[in-house]
Design a protein around this ligand. Structure first.
Ligand SMILES: O=C(O)CCC(=O)C(=O)O
Ligand SMILES: [Fe+2]
Length: 447
Protein backbone atom coordinates (compact mmCIF):
# COMPACT_ATOMS: atom_id res chain seq x y z
CA UNK A 1 0.00 0.00 0.00
CA UNK A 2 2.82 2.44 0.92
CA UNK A 3 4.49 1.96 -2.44
CA UNK A 4 1.25 2.71 -4.28
CA UNK A 5 0.71 5.81 -2.17
CA UNK A 6 4.22 7.03 -2.91
CA UNK A 7 3.72 6.50 -6.65
CA UNK A 8 0.48 8.47 -6.51
CA UNK A 9 2.14 11.27 -4.57
CA UNK A 10 4.88 11.50 -7.16
CA UNK A 11 2.40 11.82 -10.00
CA UNK A 12 0.65 14.63 -8.13
CA UNK A 13 3.81 16.67 -7.57
CA UNK A 14 3.84 20.21 -8.91
CA UNK A 15 5.40 20.70 -12.31
CA UNK A 16 7.56 23.65 -13.33
CA UNK A 17 5.30 26.70 -12.93
CA UNK A 18 6.70 28.70 -15.82
CA UNK A 19 7.82 28.54 -19.42
CA UNK A 20 10.50 30.82 -20.83
CA UNK A 21 12.39 31.25 -24.06
CA UNK A 22 13.10 33.42 -27.07
CA UNK A 23 10.91 33.71 -30.18
CA UNK A 24 11.55 35.18 -33.59
CA UNK A 25 9.50 38.30 -34.29
CA UNK A 26 8.74 40.00 -37.58
CA UNK A 27 10.96 43.14 -37.43
CA UNK A 28 7.90 45.27 -38.26
CA UNK A 29 6.43 44.21 -34.92
CA UNK A 30 9.32 45.57 -32.88
CA UNK A 31 8.07 49.16 -32.93
CA UNK A 32 6.90 50.92 -29.79
CA UNK A 33 5.09 54.27 -29.52
CA UNK A 34 4.98 56.03 -26.18
CA UNK A 35 4.29 59.37 -24.58
CA UNK A 36 2.25 61.13 -21.94
CA UNK A 37 1.43 64.28 -23.88
CA UNK A 38 0.59 65.24 -27.47
CA UNK A 39 4.02 64.39 -28.78
CA UNK A 40 4.62 60.67 -28.96
CA UNK A 41 8.02 58.99 -29.04
CA UNK A 42 8.84 56.04 -31.28
CA UNK A 43 11.36 53.28 -30.73
CA UNK A 44 12.41 50.65 -33.21
CA UNK A 45 13.95 47.81 -31.22
CA UNK A 46 15.71 46.53 -34.34
CA UNK A 47 18.07 49.44 -34.04
CA UNK A 48 17.80 51.32 -30.79
CA UNK A 49 20.30 53.84 -29.39
CA UNK A 50 21.04 54.42 -25.72
CA UNK A 51 19.80 58.03 -26.10
CA UNK A 52 16.41 56.72 -27.23
CA UNK A 53 16.27 54.32 -24.30
CA UNK A 54 17.24 57.13 -21.93
CA UNK A 55 14.34 59.18 -23.28
CA UNK A 56 11.93 56.29 -22.82
CA UNK A 57 13.21 55.81 -19.26
CA UNK A 58 12.80 59.49 -18.47
CA UNK A 59 9.19 59.39 -19.71
CA UNK A 60 8.36 56.63 -17.22
CA UNK A 61 6.93 57.13 -13.74
CA UNK A 62 8.62 55.49 -10.78
CA UNK A 63 7.07 52.03 -10.36
CA UNK A 64 5.07 51.45 -7.21
CA UNK A 65 3.81 48.13 -5.87
CA UNK A 66 1.12 46.88 -3.55
CA UNK A 67 1.54 45.89 0.07
CA UNK A 68 -1.87 44.56 1.00
CA UNK A 69 -4.21 47.32 -0.16
CA UNK A 70 -1.72 50.14 -0.17
CA UNK A 71 0.16 51.51 -3.11
CA UNK A 72 3.75 51.80 -1.95
CA UNK A 73 6.74 53.57 -3.44
CA UNK A 74 9.90 52.11 -1.92
CA UNK A 75 13.06 51.93 -3.98
CA UNK A 76 14.59 49.40 -1.63
CA UNK A 77 11.92 46.93 -2.79
CA UNK A 78 11.23 47.93 -6.34
CA UNK A 79 13.31 50.29 -8.43
CA UNK A 80 12.10 50.65 -12.01
CA UNK A 81 10.25 52.95 -14.34
CA UNK A 82 6.75 52.14 -15.60
CA UNK A 83 4.23 53.36 -18.10
CA UNK A 84 0.56 52.50 -17.73
CA UNK A 85 -1.12 51.07 -20.80
CA UNK A 86 -2.68 54.45 -21.72
CA UNK A 87 0.76 55.83 -22.46
CA UNK A 88 2.23 53.34 -24.89
CA UNK A 89 1.29 51.17 -27.86
CA UNK A 90 3.35 48.19 -28.93
CA UNK A 91 3.18 46.74 -32.43
CA UNK A 92 4.02 43.30 -31.07
CA UNK A 93 1.48 40.72 -32.27
CA UNK A 94 1.47 37.97 -29.65
CA UNK A 95 -0.48 35.56 -31.83
CA UNK A 96 1.94 35.92 -34.73
CA UNK A 97 4.85 34.93 -32.48
CA UNK A 98 3.10 31.70 -31.36
CA UNK A 99 4.80 32.13 -28.00
CA UNK A 100 1.56 31.70 -26.06
CA UNK A 101 0.83 28.45 -27.86
CA UNK A 102 4.21 27.13 -26.76
CA UNK A 103 4.00 28.44 -23.20
CA UNK A 104 0.42 27.37 -22.57
CA UNK A 105 0.89 23.86 -23.82
CA UNK A 106 2.79 23.20 -20.62
CA UNK A 107 0.92 25.45 -18.24
CA UNK A 108 -2.64 24.50 -19.14
CA UNK A 109 -4.06 21.05 -18.69
CA UNK A 110 -7.03 19.62 -20.54
CA UNK A 111 -8.01 19.08 -24.12
CA UNK A 112 -8.57 21.42 -26.97
CA UNK A 113 -6.48 24.36 -27.99
CA UNK A 114 -5.08 26.01 -24.86
CA UNK A 115 -4.56 29.27 -26.75
CA UNK A 116 -8.30 29.48 -27.42
CA UNK A 117 -8.96 29.44 -23.71
CA UNK A 118 -6.66 32.31 -22.83
CA UNK A 119 -6.83 36.06 -23.19
CA UNK A 120 -3.72 38.20 -22.79
CA UNK A 121 -4.31 41.74 -21.54
CA UNK A 122 -1.51 44.25 -21.81
CA UNK A 123 -0.74 45.63 -18.37
CA UNK A 124 2.42 47.76 -18.15
CA UNK A 125 5.66 48.73 -19.78
CA UNK A 126 8.66 48.68 -17.47
CA UNK A 127 12.11 50.13 -17.94
CA UNK A 128 14.94 48.96 -15.72
CA UNK A 129 18.05 51.14 -15.85
CA UNK A 130 21.31 50.29 -14.14
CA UNK A 131 20.62 49.30 -10.51
CA UNK A 132 16.90 48.66 -11.07
CA UNK A 133 15.24 45.52 -9.71
CA UNK A 134 12.02 44.13 -8.24
CA UNK A 135 12.29 42.02 -5.09
CA UNK A 136 10.24 38.82 -4.53
CA UNK A 137 6.52 39.29 -4.91
CA UNK A 138 3.44 37.56 -6.24
CA UNK A 139 1.34 39.31 -8.86
CA UNK A 140 -1.92 40.65 -7.52
CA UNK A 141 -4.89 38.64 -8.78
CA UNK A 142 -7.24 40.82 -10.80
CA UNK A 143 -10.14 38.49 -11.20
CA UNK A 144 -11.09 34.92 -10.49
CA UNK A 145 -10.05 33.86 -13.95
CA UNK A 146 -6.58 35.40 -13.92
CA UNK A 147 -4.22 32.46 -13.94
CA UNK A 148 -0.91 33.76 -15.25
CA UNK A 149 1.44 36.60 -16.05
CA UNK A 150 3.53 37.07 -19.16
CA UNK A 151 6.66 39.20 -19.38
CA UNK A 152 8.16 40.13 -22.76
CA UNK A 153 11.79 41.29 -22.78
CA UNK A 154 12.93 43.37 -25.76
CA UNK A 155 16.32 42.88 -27.29
CA UNK A 156 18.23 45.89 -25.95
CA UNK A 157 21.88 45.85 -24.87
CA UNK A 158 21.77 45.10 -21.15
CA UNK A 159 23.08 42.75 -18.49
CA UNK A 160 21.49 41.42 -15.31
CA UNK A 161 17.74 41.68 -14.82
CA UNK A 162 17.20 37.93 -14.67
CA UNK A 163 13.81 36.66 -13.61
CA UNK A 164 13.91 34.26 -10.70
CA UNK A 165 10.87 32.08 -10.13
CA UNK A 166 10.37 30.17 -6.88
CA UNK A 167 7.83 27.46 -6.23
CA UNK A 168 7.48 24.52 -3.85
CA UNK A 169 11.03 24.97 -2.56
CA UNK A 170 12.55 25.05 -6.04
CA UNK A 171 14.08 27.98 -7.86
CA UNK A 172 14.60 28.71 -11.56
CA UNK A 173 16.49 31.60 -13.15
CA UNK A 174 15.80 32.94 -16.63
CA UNK A 175 18.63 35.14 -17.88
CA UNK A 176 16.57 36.97 -20.48
CA UNK A 177 19.41 39.41 -21.27
CA UNK A 178 21.73 36.54 -22.20
CA UNK A 179 19.01 34.69 -24.08
CA UNK A 180 18.11 37.58 -26.41
CA UNK A 181 21.75 38.70 -26.83
CA UNK A 182 22.80 35.35 -28.28
CA UNK A 183 19.82 35.09 -30.64
CA UNK A 184 20.80 36.28 -34.13
CA UNK A 185 17.36 37.00 -35.57
CA UNK A 186 14.97 39.80 -34.53
CA UNK A 187 13.35 38.42 -31.39
CA UNK A 188 11.91 38.94 -27.92
CA UNK A 189 12.48 36.97 -24.73
CA UNK A 190 9.41 35.75 -22.85
CA UNK A 191 8.47 34.14 -19.59
CA UNK A 192 4.95 33.06 -18.70
CA UNK A 193 4.19 31.84 -15.19
CA UNK A 194 1.22 31.11 -12.97
CA UNK A 195 0.34 34.35 -11.25
CA UNK A 196 0.46 32.84 -7.77
CA UNK A 197 4.16 32.07 -8.20
CA UNK A 198 6.77 34.10 -6.35
CA UNK A 199 9.18 35.89 -8.69
CA UNK A 200 11.76 38.64 -8.65
CA UNK A 201 13.86 40.66 -11.07
CA UNK A 202 17.57 40.78 -10.17
CA UNK A 203 19.41 44.12 -10.51
CA UNK A 204 20.25 45.31 -14.00
CA UNK A 205 24.01 45.87 -14.04
CA UNK A 206 24.38 47.48 -17.45
CA UNK A 207 22.16 49.12 -20.07
CA UNK A 208 18.36 49.28 -20.13
CA UNK A 209 15.99 46.35 -19.80
CA UNK A 210 12.58 47.09 -21.36
CA UNK A 211 9.66 44.77 -20.69
CA UNK A 212 5.96 44.48 -21.42
CA UNK A 213 3.81 42.67 -18.88
CA UNK A 214 0.48 41.00 -19.66
CA UNK A 215 -2.17 39.48 -17.44
CA UNK A 216 -3.36 36.09 -18.66
CA UNK A 217 -7.01 35.19 -18.13
CA UNK A 218 -8.82 32.00 -18.86
CA UNK A 219 -11.83 32.71 -21.03
CA UNK A 220 -15.38 31.38 -21.03
CA UNK A 221 -14.27 28.08 -22.43
CA UNK A 222 -12.85 26.20 -19.46
CA UNK A 223 -11.35 22.78 -19.74
CA UNK A 224 -14.01 20.26 -20.55
CA UNK A 225 -13.82 18.60 -17.20
CA UNK A 226 -17.18 16.86 -17.46
CA UNK A 227 -16.12 14.65 -20.30
CA UNK A 228 -12.42 14.89 -19.92
CA UNK A 229 -10.11 13.57 -22.51
CA UNK A 230 -7.40 12.66 -20.05
CA UNK A 231 -3.98 14.08 -20.77
CA UNK A 232 -1.02 11.82 -20.04
CA UNK A 233 -0.56 13.45 -16.61
CA UNK A 234 -4.22 12.93 -15.72
CA UNK A 235 -4.09 9.36 -17.00
CA UNK A 236 -1.08 8.66 -14.78
CA UNK A 237 -2.83 10.07 -11.71
CA UNK A 238 -5.96 8.07 -12.52
CA UNK A 239 -4.06 4.79 -12.85
CA UNK A 240 -2.16 5.40 -9.60
CA UNK A 241 -5.29 6.41 -7.70
CA UNK A 242 -7.14 3.40 -9.06
CA UNK A 243 -4.34 1.12 -7.85
CA UNK A 244 -4.75 2.51 -4.35
CA UNK A 245 -8.53 2.06 -4.41
CA UNK A 246 -8.06 -1.53 -5.59
CA UNK A 247 -5.89 -2.28 -2.56
CA UNK A 248 -7.98 -4.02 0.13
CA UNK A 249 -5.73 -2.68 2.88
CA UNK A 250 -6.33 0.96 1.90
CA UNK A 251 -9.20 2.46 3.92
CA UNK A 252 -11.09 -0.87 3.90
CA UNK A 253 -14.17 0.78 5.42
CA UNK A 254 -14.07 3.77 3.07
CA UNK A 255 -13.54 7.34 4.18
CA UNK A 256 -12.23 10.69 3.07
CA UNK A 257 -9.20 11.45 0.99
CA UNK A 258 -7.63 14.90 1.16
CA UNK A 259 -5.50 16.37 -1.62
CA UNK A 260 -3.68 19.64 -1.06
CA UNK A 261 -3.76 21.48 -4.40
CA UNK A 262 -0.47 22.65 -5.86
CA UNK A 263 -1.58 26.17 -6.72
CA UNK A 264 -3.42 29.05 -5.09
CA UNK A 265 -6.61 30.36 -6.65
CA UNK A 266 -8.01 33.90 -6.61
CA UNK A 267 -11.31 34.19 -4.80
CA UNK A 268 -13.38 37.33 -4.22
CA UNK A 269 -12.47 38.64 -0.84
CA UNK A 270 -15.87 39.82 0.33
CA UNK A 271 -18.07 37.02 -0.87
CA UNK A 272 -18.48 34.98 2.27
CA UNK A 273 -20.90 32.56 0.69
CA UNK A 274 -18.44 31.65 -1.96
CA UNK A 275 -18.73 28.19 -3.34
CA UNK A 276 -15.20 27.07 -3.99
CA UNK A 277 -16.32 24.64 -6.63
CA UNK A 278 -16.25 27.46 -9.19
CA UNK A 279 -12.46 27.22 -9.27
CA UNK A 280 -12.93 24.08 -11.33
CA UNK A 281 -12.93 26.29 -14.43
CA UNK A 282 -9.58 27.83 -13.62
CA UNK A 283 -7.53 24.89 -12.42
CA UNK A 284 -3.86 24.92 -13.28
CA UNK A 285 -1.41 22.16 -14.16
CA UNK A 286 -1.56 19.00 -12.10
CA UNK A 287 -4.51 20.31 -10.07
CA UNK A 288 -6.57 20.12 -13.26
CA UNK A 289 -5.16 16.67 -13.99
CA UNK A 290 -6.15 15.45 -10.51
CA UNK A 291 -9.72 16.66 -10.86
CA UNK A 292 -10.04 15.17 -14.33
CA UNK A 293 -8.78 11.84 -12.93
CA UNK A 294 -11.26 11.93 -10.03
CA UNK A 295 -14.12 12.61 -12.46
CA UNK A 296 -13.17 9.43 -14.25
CA UNK A 297 -13.20 7.35 -11.05
CA UNK A 298 -15.94 6.47 -8.56
CA UNK A 299 -14.93 9.38 -6.35
CA UNK A 300 -17.06 12.29 -5.17
CA UNK A 301 -14.79 15.25 -4.72
CA UNK A 302 -15.43 18.76 -3.42
CA UNK A 303 -13.26 21.83 -3.03
CA UNK A 304 -12.84 23.28 0.44
CA UNK A 305 -10.61 25.84 2.08
CA UNK A 306 -8.36 24.35 4.73
CA UNK A 307 -7.45 26.53 7.66
CA UNK A 308 -5.19 25.47 10.45
CA UNK A 309 -6.80 27.42 13.23
CA UNK A 310 -4.58 26.33 16.03
CA UNK A 311 -1.27 24.68 15.44
CA UNK A 312 -1.99 22.26 18.24
CA UNK A 313 -5.46 21.28 17.28
CA UNK A 314 -5.48 20.61 13.63
CA UNK A 315 -7.31 21.62 10.54
CA UNK A 316 -10.69 23.04 9.83
CA UNK A 317 -12.17 22.65 6.44
CA UNK A 318 -14.63 25.38 5.68
CA UNK A 319 -17.07 25.51 2.89
CA UNK A 320 -17.65 29.15 2.04
CA UNK A 321 -15.04 31.81 1.49
CA UNK A 322 -13.70 32.81 4.81
CA UNK A 323 -11.22 35.55 5.35
CA UNK A 324 -9.10 34.66 8.33
CA UNK A 325 -7.33 37.98 8.17
CA UNK A 326 -10.52 39.92 8.74
CA UNK A 327 -11.81 37.95 11.70
CA UNK A 328 -12.78 40.49 14.34
CA UNK A 329 -10.46 40.44 17.29
CA UNK A 330 -13.25 39.59 19.74
CA UNK A 331 -13.66 36.18 18.07
CA UNK A 332 -10.32 35.28 19.50
CA UNK A 333 -10.92 36.66 22.97
CA UNK A 334 -14.50 35.58 23.47
CA UNK A 335 -14.16 32.04 22.35
CA UNK A 336 -12.14 29.68 20.29
CA UNK A 337 -12.03 30.45 16.63
CA UNK A 338 -12.90 26.84 15.95
CA UNK A 339 -16.32 27.42 17.47
CA UNK A 340 -17.13 30.22 15.03
CA UNK A 341 -15.84 28.36 12.04
CA UNK A 342 -17.99 25.44 12.97
CA UNK A 343 -21.16 27.26 13.98
CA UNK A 344 -21.29 30.02 11.40
CA UNK A 345 -19.14 28.99 8.48
CA UNK A 346 -19.88 25.30 8.00
CA UNK A 347 -16.47 24.39 9.29
CA UNK A 348 -15.56 20.80 10.04
CA UNK A 349 -12.89 19.67 12.44
CA UNK A 350 -10.47 17.47 10.60
CA UNK A 351 -7.88 15.29 12.29
CA UNK A 352 -7.06 17.37 15.35
CA UNK A 353 -3.62 16.71 16.72
CA UNK A 354 -3.62 14.22 19.51
CA UNK A 355 -2.58 15.23 22.97
CA UNK A 356 -2.28 13.03 26.00
CA UNK A 357 -4.86 13.64 28.66
CA UNK A 358 -3.67 16.17 31.24
CA UNK A 359 -0.65 16.96 29.22
CA UNK A 360 0.31 19.24 26.43
CA UNK A 361 2.54 16.62 24.98
CA UNK A 362 1.92 16.23 21.31
CA UNK A 363 1.55 12.61 20.27
CA UNK A 364 1.96 13.23 16.59
CA UNK A 365 5.75 13.51 16.71
CA UNK A 366 5.73 17.02 15.42
CA UNK A 367 3.79 16.05 12.36
CA UNK A 368 1.34 18.82 11.69
CA UNK A 369 -1.18 16.80 9.85
CA UNK A 370 -1.16 13.23 11.01
CA UNK A 371 -2.33 10.56 8.64
CA UNK A 372 -3.40 8.03 11.24
CA UNK A 373 -7.03 7.88 11.97
CA UNK A 374 -7.47 6.23 15.35
CA UNK A 375 -8.44 8.12 18.45
CA UNK A 376 -6.97 6.58 21.56
CA UNK A 377 -8.79 6.22 24.85
CA UNK A 378 -6.50 8.70 26.51
CA UNK A 379 -7.62 11.38 24.09
CA UNK A 380 -7.85 14.76 25.82
CA UNK A 381 -11.55 15.53 26.30
CA UNK A 382 -10.95 19.23 25.83
CA UNK A 383 -9.76 18.76 22.31
CA UNK A 384 -12.52 18.81 19.74
CA UNK A 385 -13.55 15.49 18.30
CA UNK A 386 -13.13 15.35 14.57
CA UNK A 387 -16.18 15.86 12.39
CA UNK A 388 -14.50 13.93 9.65
CA UNK A 389 -11.27 11.99 9.43
CA UNK A 390 -9.31 12.78 6.33
CA UNK A 391 -6.52 10.67 4.93
CA UNK A 392 -4.21 13.26 3.38
CA UNK A 393 -2.86 11.78 0.19
CA UNK A 394 -0.45 14.66 -0.10
CA UNK A 395 0.24 17.08 2.67
CA UNK A 396 -1.23 20.51 2.82
CA UNK A 397 1.26 23.26 2.23
CA UNK A 398 3.08 24.72 5.18
CA UNK A 399 1.22 28.00 5.05
CA UNK A 400 -2.21 26.51 4.63
CA UNK A 401 -3.33 28.23 7.81
CA UNK A 402 -3.11 31.58 6.09
CA UNK A 403 -5.16 32.46 3.10
CA UNK A 404 -2.27 34.75 2.25
CA UNK A 405 1.34 33.77 2.78
CA UNK A 406 3.74 36.57 3.80
CA UNK A 407 5.19 36.91 0.33
CA UNK A 408 1.70 37.15 -1.10
CA UNK A 409 1.32 40.45 0.74
CA UNK A 410 3.77 41.95 -1.75
CA UNK A 411 1.90 42.33 -5.00
CA UNK A 412 2.53 44.38 -8.08
CA UNK A 413 -0.67 46.34 -7.49
CA UNK A 414 -2.63 47.29 -4.37
CA UNK A 415 -5.83 45.34 -4.34
CA UNK A 416 -8.16 44.11 -1.72
CA UNK A 417 -10.75 42.62 -3.99
CA UNK A 418 -9.37 39.17 -4.58
CA UNK A 419 -7.01 37.08 -2.59
CA UNK A 420 -5.34 33.79 -3.25
CA UNK A 421 -6.97 31.03 -1.28
CA UNK A 422 -5.35 27.76 -0.45
CA UNK A 423 -7.87 25.16 -1.40
CA UNK A 424 -7.91 21.42 -1.01
CA UNK A 425 -9.93 18.68 -2.58
CA UNK A 426 -11.82 16.41 -0.20
CA UNK A 427 -13.05 13.19 -1.74
CA UNK A 428 -15.20 10.44 -0.32
CA UNK A 429 -14.72 6.82 -1.19
CA UNK A 430 -16.77 3.82 -0.25
CA UNK A 431 -15.47 0.63 1.38
CA UNK A 432 -13.26 -1.79 -0.49
CA UNK A 433 -15.32 -3.60 -3.10
CA UNK A 434 -17.87 -0.78 -3.19
CA UNK A 435 -15.77 2.33 -3.60
CA UNK A 436 -18.56 4.02 -5.49
CA UNK A 437 -20.25 5.37 -2.36
CA UNK A 438 -22.25 8.53 -1.86
CA UNK A 439 -20.69 11.70 -0.47
CA UNK A 440 -21.57 11.88 3.19
CA UNK A 441 -19.66 14.79 4.54
CA UNK A 442 -21.71 15.54 7.64
CA UNK A 443 -22.18 19.27 7.58
CA UNK A 444 -20.47 19.53 4.23
CA UNK A 445 -23.20 20.27 1.73
CA UNK A 446 -22.84 18.34 -1.45
CA UNK A 447 -23.06 20.54 -4.49
O1 LIG B 1 9.48 43.38 -15.66
C1 LIG B 1 9.60 42.21 -15.27
O2 LIG B 1 10.47 41.46 -15.67
C2 LIG B 1 8.64 41.66 -14.28
C3 LIG B 1 7.79 42.71 -13.68
C4 LIG B 1 6.90 42.16 -12.65
O3 LIG B 1 7.15 41.15 -12.06
C5 LIG B 1 5.62 42.85 -12.39
O4 LIG B 1 5.38 43.90 -12.95
O5 LIG B 1 4.85 42.33 -11.60
FE1 LIG C 1 5.42 40.50 -11.01
Amino acid sequence: MDGKLETLRQSLAAKAPYRAGVVDVDPKNLILFYGKDRKAGRIDFNDVTSEELEHLASTCDPATFGVKNEDVFDESYRKAGKLDSDFFASRLDLDATKLLDMALDDLMEGDGDPRARVEAEIYKLNVYGEGSFFKPHVDTPRGENMFGSLVIVFKTPHEGGSLIVRDHGQEWTFDSAGAVATHEEPCVGYIAFYSDVEHEVTPVTKGYRVTLTYNLYSTEKPLSIDHPHLTSDAEKIKVNLQALLDDPSFLPEGGYLGFGLNRYYPVPRFDVNRDFNTIIHNLKGNDAALVAACKDLPIKAHFRAALRTDVQLGVYVVSPMFDLIDIPYHYYVEGPLTYYLREYFGGLVVNPRRRLKNSNKDRSNGQDLPDESSYPDDYDDEDPRPDIEVFWVNRLQEHSNQLQSPVLCYGNEPSWEYLYAYICLIASIGPYGARDAKWDGGKVQSQ
